[in-house]
Each structure stands twice: as C-alpha cells, then as structure tokens.
Design a protein around this ligand. Structure first.
Ligand SMILES: *[C@@H]1O[C@H](CO)[C@@H](O)[C@H](O)[C@H]1NC(C)=O
Ligand SMILES: *[C@@H]1O[C@H](CO)[C@@H](O)[C@H](O)[C@H]1NC(C)=O
Ligand SMILES: *[C@@H]1O[C@H](CO)[C@@H](O)[C@H](O)[C@H]1NC(C)=O
Ligand SMILES: *[C@@H]1O[C@H](CO)[C@@H](O)[C@H](O)[C@H]1NC(C)=O
Ligand SMILES: *[C@@H]1O[C@H](CO)[C@@H](O)[C@H](O)[C@H]1NC(C)=O
Ligand SMILES: *[C@@H]1O[C@H](CO)[C@@H](O)[C@H](O)[C@H]1NC(C)=O
Ligand SMILES: *[C@@H]1O[C@H](CO)[C@@H](O)[C@H](O)[C@H]1NC(C)=O
Length: 538
C-alpha cells in the first residue's frame, strides 16, 4: 500500500467508525409532532413554525383547535368555542425578551449509543441518563435521528421516581415533516379573526405550551441540590438562566414552607410535588377557577334533594372507590376543566350504580359542548357543574371516554347522538349540611362538589386530614368528586374522602382527606348530582 493510500485508509477508518456528531438545531424551522403523555392518555398533535432570529413563533394544536402566536410585537391565542373560534390578545406582551417554545432538546452533552429503530426508521440514537448520586433509579432520555437524513424522529423520556414519591413518567414526542431553515411563509400573519382581538379577564394565555417546559433534562452537575432532584423528577426545563434562578427561588421558598408546616403539624403532611416551582398566584391562575365562576347560577330554580334516612342508621364510613364506582385518578393537565371532571365523576358513579357496569365518560364532550349564550362556559378557562348538567340535558346525552377522548384544549362540539352513552333527566342540589351530604353519599353515590382550594397547604397536601384555618366556606374555586367519609385511624378525626383531577403526583395518590367539621373549605356548600335516564346504551 502506498503511503497516500494508507492515509486515506486511516481517514476512512476514522470517519467510518467515529461516532456521529449530535445534530444542532437551526434558529428557524418548521416541525410537526405528536406530543404524548401515555400515562394520562393525552396525545397532542402540534405544528410549529419557529424563528428565533425575528422572535416569532406559531404553534398549532390539534390542526387548529388552538393556535398560539408569539409575535415580535404582541402575543395572541385562538381558541375554539363549540362552533366558533375566538382570538384573545395576551394582555402581557413578552415582546422584547420573550423566550420562544423550542421543540428539541440541546443534545450537545448527550452520548451516542448506536443505531436503533423508532417508528420503523433506522436511526442514530443519543442518550442522556440522569442518575442522582446515591439513588438506583434514573431518568432516561433517548433522542432518535434518522440515519439517512439526520432529521429528528423521536424524543422519548422515562422518568422514574427518585425521592419525592412513587411515580413514573413517560413523555414522547414523535416528529414529522421537519423542515430546517424555513417556516411556512404565512405562519406569522395574524388571521383576520385577531384584528380586533382583546384580552379576556377570564382567559389564561398559553396553557398548552406549558407542556413543553417539562421536556429537556438538566445538565449534569457534581453537587446535586434538592432543586436538581426536583427538576429531574418532574422533568422541568427552564428556557433561560434568569427563569431558572427565579424558579429555584420559588422552589426553595415552597420547600421551606413545606418543611416548617410539617414540623408544626402532626395531623397532616405536605410534600414537594409538580407544583413546587410555582407561586400560589400561578397555581391559582392555571389550576383553579376564578372566584365566583363555580357559583354562577342558572336562571331557574333547581330542585333540592330531600334526605330520608336518619343519620343514626347510616354506616360510620363509606368509600365508593373501594366499591368500584370511581374511575382511576385523571389529570386535567393545564386545562381549567375541573368542573368537567367533577361532572363526569358523578355521572360515572350514577351509571355504575344503575347498570352494574363501570364505564368512563368523556370530560372532553362536556368541555366542548357546554358553550351556550344563556349558560356561559369558558372551556379550559372554567365553568361549573350546573352549567355542564344544563348543557348535557339540552344536548340529549354524553359519550363514553373511549369515543370522545380527552384533549386538554377546548374543541368544537363533536357530540353525536348515535354514540350517546347516557342522558340526563334532571339534577339536584343537596342541602348544605353534613347530615344531608352523608345521607346522599349513601343513597345516591359519589357527589359533585366544589371547595376553596386557593392555599399553599392544598397545593402541597400529601397526606393526613386537611385543615386550613383561613379557608372560606363560600368563596369556592375548585370542583372535585366527593367519594366517601370516615374517621381517621388513631385520632378518630372525622374526614371526607375526595378525589381530585391533578394526577396521582398530587396528594395521596390523587386523593385527599379533609376535616369533616364546620363545613371545612365549603365541602358541603355546593353539592350536586344528576339523575340519569334509564335508557342506557350498554
Ligand atoms: C434565540 O435567540 C437568542 C437571542 O438572540 C439567543 O440567546 C438564543 O440562544 C437563541 N436560541 C436558540 C435555541 O437558538
Ligand atoms: C359565535 O360567534 C358569534 C359572533 O362572534 C357570537 O355572536 C356567538 O355568541 C358565538 N357563539 C358561541 C357559541 O360562542
Ligand atoms: C431584556 O433583557 C435585557 C438583558 O437581559 C435586559 O437588560 C432588559 O431590561 C430586558 N428588557 C425587558 C423589557 O424586560
Ligand atoms: C440499590 O440497589 C442495590 C442492589 O440491588 C441495593 O442493595 C441497594 O439497597 C439499592 N439502593 C437504594 C438506595 O435503593
Ligand atoms: C374593529 O373595531 C373597530 C373599532 O372599535 C370597529 O369599527 C370595527 O367594526 C371592528 N371590526 C370588526 C371586524 O369587528
Ligand atoms: C378507599 O378505597 C381505595 C380502594 O380500595 C383505597 O385504595 C383507599 O385507601 C381507600 N381510602 C380510604 C380513605 O379508606
Ligand atoms: C342552552 O341551554 C339550555 C338549557 O339546556 C337550552 O334550553 C337552550 O336551548 C340552550 N341554548 C342554545 C343556544 O343552545
């Protein structure tokens, strides 16, 4: 072999057998993707045009059910409302320093692990393993890049529990039609519907893009802090150092609050959860209803339930979850749809008790179809169970979850009478007393309720019997499902057993116990249930 051939051969070996370089992402791109939270059964199709050089981005969810415009000057959001679309202007333009929502992680510190297959494509695979010192469990991230075209194919994240609980997370992004250095030419042209757009006091801008904040792993560091563990556990990512600093400060403030609280209280426990980098104001604005919304009344009289069985002949405890009348804990995600989960929870119980057959019903059907000029609803910005019952009665029925799955954004009303699973005849309110509510829980089933959740103690509740001395019995902001009552083992303290819709990360596997005393936080203030027609589609 001549010397020059040898050099070429060595170069050949070098290029053939050295690891591929991880892709870097351009400042301008178009990408379509499917974002999935398999455990919550949420699959969101997303289409993005991203231009970091001009500070413009458009994100389309579900082919146009929701559109977010982050523009150089102002930010807008288009929402679907039953049959219409409405454009809202973000009252707080982030124009100057806004951070666009990126769809790819920074792979520069990831490890190449070889060739693999994702969605049938031969891919180069990069891996990022996050293993906190002293723990066996890890978070594992994989990024698949097409072997031939170098286009992104899939981003997969498995997060195991480390310190804070017993949960497990999985996020998947499947990328389709990635076009680097190019955006759709009309992407940043605002549609006419936004010409006169104004902000709406009850509209929370950019709920959907909050999902993407979970996706990028932190960089490795030798000295792990509690905040690092928190970020790893909940896959938190912050767009820049400034935000990271702010979130860290909020996290430690919350952590301090949780610790001090736990030292001062023996009857209930708080814990770090996925809300720990949020202030109470942010928690309120994303997860709770504006005050008063749950208590907006329909303009006609609602029948009041009359309890018949005397309290003395009722059992001392009841747990409808144990009795099979309650679905697994669901996750409303960043949609203000607690009212729809509460409504569906009570319908699921009624259906089960009437048919002996447990089926899950559709929250999305309720969210999409409760818009009605006489009975206002704001979809993911909130409504109430009463408006939901009214809308379902007007529409003639509700579908099963399987036929009308949860999206976590507001959509067009797609109710089809052929898929009717149950219909509502009427609904009742229950008198505001512990005795009446206990009687109704026993004779009717799980009940739809609302309460005052606007407290850090509720944000971080993780076990024991909840008390909040500053709770209101009348100013309610969160809707849930009352599923039982009892007396706490050891202290014999009376409690209500309540199912929430903030995933199993929150509370006691998604549930909480609250003191059954003096109408704590308004638990018995706004209790309702619907009556189903006996004409089920089984
Ligand atoms: C976007 O632009 C800003 C400001 O020019 C820059 O600091 C940032 O690194 C860019 N981000 C990406 C992902 O290119
Ligand atoms: C649809 O839009 C029209 C005109 O903007 C409005 O009058 C009507 O109330 C809207 N309907 C719903 C269900 O929002
Ligand atoms: C934008 O960021 C720069 C640099 O961080 C800062 O000096 C400036 O005050 C920011 N402008 C606004 C309007 O926040
Ligand atoms: C890690 O795994 C080893 C071997 O399976 C076990 O002995 C050890 O207790 C585990 N450590 C922790 C912190 O779970
Ligand atoms: C937009 O607002 C202006 C001024 O309030 C009004 O004259 C005009 O009719 C509005 N256009 C539409 C399409 O609503
Ligand atoms: C209610 O029943 C469920 C299912 O059996 C059980 O996991 C839960 O611990 C029970 N809750 C209470 C407070 O008894
Ligand atoms: C609104 O709901 C009420 C109660 O169900 C119903 O009577 C009415 O027809 C509905 N209006 C519209 C415009 O759908």
């Amino acid at each position: 072999m001549k010397f020059t051939s040898l050099i070429f051969f060595v170069l050949f070996l070098f290029f053939a057998f050295s690891d591929p370089v991880p892709p870097t992402w351009p400042e301008i791109y178009h990408v379509d993707l499917l974002f999935s939270l398999p455990y919550a059964n949420i699959h969101i199709p997303v289409s993005t045009d991203y231009d970091n050089t001009t500070n413009n981005e458009r994100i389309i969810y579900y082919s146009g059910l929701t559109l977010d415009y982050y523009l150089t000057v102002d930010n807008y959001e288009i929402w679907t409302t039953q049959t219409n679309q409405t454009c809202y202007k973000n009252p707080e333009p982030h124009a100057v320093n806004q951070t666009l929502v990126g769809m790819f992680p920074d792979l520069s510190t990831w490890t190449y692990i070889g060739v693999g297959v994702a969605r049938g494509f031969k891919c180069n695979v990069w891996e990022y393993i996050y293993q906190p010192p002293g723990y066996n469990k890890t978070n594992v991230y994989h990024f698949y890049v097409d072997f031939n075209t170098n286009s992104p194919v899939q981003y997969h994240m498995l997060g195991y529990d480390i310190v804070f609980g017993s949960h497990f997370d999985e996020y998947v992004m499947d990328y389709y039609s990635y076009i680097p250095n190019q955006v759709n030419p009309n992407a940043f042209v605002l549609p006419a519907i936004c010409n006169n757009a104004s902000s709406h006091p009850e509209h929370k801008f950019g709920r959907n893009s909050l999902h993407f904040k979970k996706l990028t792993p932190l960089k490795s560091s030798n000295s792990e802090t509690l905040f690092d563990l928190f970020k790893s556990k909940y896959s938190k990512n912050y767009p820049n150092e400034k935000e990271q600093q702010e979130r860290q400060e909020i996290f430690y403030n919350n952590y301090r609050y949780i610790n001090e609280f736990n030292q001062e209280h023996t009857d209930m426990t708080l814990g770090v959860n996925h809300f720990a980098d949020m202030t109470i104001e942010e928690f309120r604005s994303v997860m709770l209803m504006p005050k008063g919304m749950l208590q907006r009344k329909v303009n006609h009289k609602i029948e009041e339930y009359e309890p018949r069985i005397p309290t003395s002949s009722l059992p001392t405890n009841l747990n409808w979850t144990e009795l099979g009348a309650v679905s697994p804990v669901k996750d409303q995600a960043f949609c203000g749809s607690c009212w729809a989960f509460s409504t569906v929870g009570v319908i699921e119980g009624q259906y089960y008790l009437a048919t002996g057959n447990f089926k899950q019903f559709s929250e999305q059907n309720v969210i999409d179809c409760s818009w009605n000029a006489t009975h206002p609803s704001y979809g993911c910005d909130g409504s109430s169970q009463e408006f939901a019952y009214e809308a379902l009665m007007g529409m003639g029925g509700i579908e099963f979850e399987d036929d009308y799955p949860y999206l976590s954004v507001t959509g067009y009303c797609g109710y089809t009478p052929e898929k009717r699973a149950a219909s509502l005849l009427t609904y009742y309110t229950i008198p505001n007393s512990e005795e009446a509510v206990i009687e109704a829980l026993n004779t009717i089933g799980p009940l739809a309720i609302s309460y005052d959740a606007d407290h850090e103690s509720m944000m971080f509740y993780s076990g024991g019997v909840y008390h909040e001395p500053t709770c209101s019995t009348t100013n309610l902001d969160h809707a849930v499902l009352l599923v039982g009552y009892g007396n706490y083992p050891g202290t014999e303290e009376p409690y209500w057993l309540v199912k929430n819709s903030w995933s199993t990360h929150w509370g006691y596997y998604g549930y909480f116990l609250i003191a059954r005393k003096d109408n704590m936080c308004g638990i018995t203030t706004d209790v309702t249930f619907p009556v189903l027609e006996r004409n089920f589609a089984l």
